[in-house]
Design a protein around this ligand. Structure first.
Ligand code: NAD
Length: 316
């Protein structure tokens, strides 16, 4: 029909991943499911019985933006430990080389690639797009944050937050999704925040960008529906990352308390609805991201997944 929008999966003629496909691939062509009761159980997990979960991302290439430190580095480490080849992105050669060395130390034998680019502008994202290839998994982690009075937040600050936190993900998704759809498999994850739903009065400019990411992820999931590519957002709560440590460094120096203790006090004072009553570790956040990038997570798309320790006081 005139004006009809053709679905990207149809445009690309993609062979979408089917339910249970991951298990089916484990069977050789000559293996009959019927003759192996154990395999029958594995193929039909809903029929009862547990299926052991072993996340294996070997053969997949993952790009994690802003992965030289903090949550991004923990995600890169988790994906590498699950067998993925990981592209580490940062703004300088020095920070990227240091992160590659730390990753090699944490996951000996990991396959990695460097990609130096500043994602706060279209030019920077273009540089990254040109530097990468064969990306199966895109984790949009790049994000800046910090408290600032609304009256004192000028247009340039709003623009910088918008470009870094939202447009980097828009631009990368637009560049990398078509190949994922074409091959019928891919994972896109936006690292949003509990601040997307629980807008902090002292970081409205940040909260707005994090809410926008939820909208973007949900829209993209529908845009590539049925293609085998999933798009989700993950919402961490207060997490002890490098950026968080930087935000608290004056307090650490002033009080002599440990970062963990101060993080806990921060949570109790500023996010009292926290169910875990402490900040999360970067690894706790990364675990959720690794799962959502796994082949096992094929029925999770268009979701906003909370790793906020229960800060958002809601049942969903
Ligand atoms: P972090 O500050 O510890 O690390 C961010 C990394 O991004 C740094 O290595 C930095 O060099 C890099 N970076 C910054 N600007 C960049 C740019 N323009 N281009 C490329 N790299 C850039 O941050 P974090 O706490 O790990 O946060 C990561 C993501 O998680 C962000 O999107 C943030 O909004 C989100 N988040 C963090 C928390 C938290 O409490 N730490 C909570 C909720 C959500």
């Amino acid at each position: 029909a005139v004006g009809e929008i053709k679905h990207p999966a149809a445009r690309a003629g993609a062979a979408a991943e089917k339910p249970g496909e991951q298990t089916e691939r484990l069977l050789s062509p000559k293996t009959s499911i019927v003759s192996y009761p154990l395999l029958r159980l594995m193929v039909c997990p809903t029929k009862n019985k547990a299926v052991s979960m072993n996340i294996d991302l070997s053969g997949k290439v993952a790009l994690v933006t802003a992965s030289t430190g903090g949550i991004g580095f923990a995600i890169a480490k988790g994906l590498a430990a699950s067998g993925a080849e990981v592209i580490i992105n940062g703004r300088s050669e020095r920070s990227v080389s240091a992160a590659l060395a730390r990753l090699q130390n944490a996951v000996p034998g990991a396959t990695t690639r460097p990609a130096i680019a500043d994602l706060s502008s279209a030019e920077g994202v273009n540089l990254l797009v040109q530097a990468v290839s064969g990306v199966d998994i895109l984790v949009n982690n790049a994000g800046i944050y910090g408290p600032q009075d609304f009256y004192e937040t000028d247009d340039a600050t709003w623009e910088n937050y918008w470009q870094t936190n939202v447009m980097s993900g828009v631009r990368l998704s637009r560049a990398l999704l078509p190949a994922m759809v074409q091959q019928g498999w891919g994972r896109v994850v936006f690292i949003s925040s509990e601040s997307a739903r629980n807008i902090p009065a002292d970081m409205i400019h940040y909260g707005v960008t994090k809410t926008a990411q939820l909208s973007l992820a949900r829209g993209l999931a529908k845009f590539v529906a049925g293609s085998g590519v999933t798009v989700n957002s993950v919402l961490p709560g207060p997490t002890i990352s490098d950026g968080f440590a930087e935000m608290m460094k004056d307090e650490v120096a002033k009080t002599g308390k440990s970062l963990e203790q101060l993080a806990k006090e921060f949570v109790m004072a500023n996010r009292p609805s926290s169910v875990i009553q402490r900040a999360a570790t970067v690894e706790e956040v990364a675990n959720m991201v690794v799962y959502v990038c796994s082949t096992q997570a094929s029925a999770t798309s268009g979701a906003a997944l909370r790793v906020d320790g229960g800060v958002v006081d809601d049942i969903v």
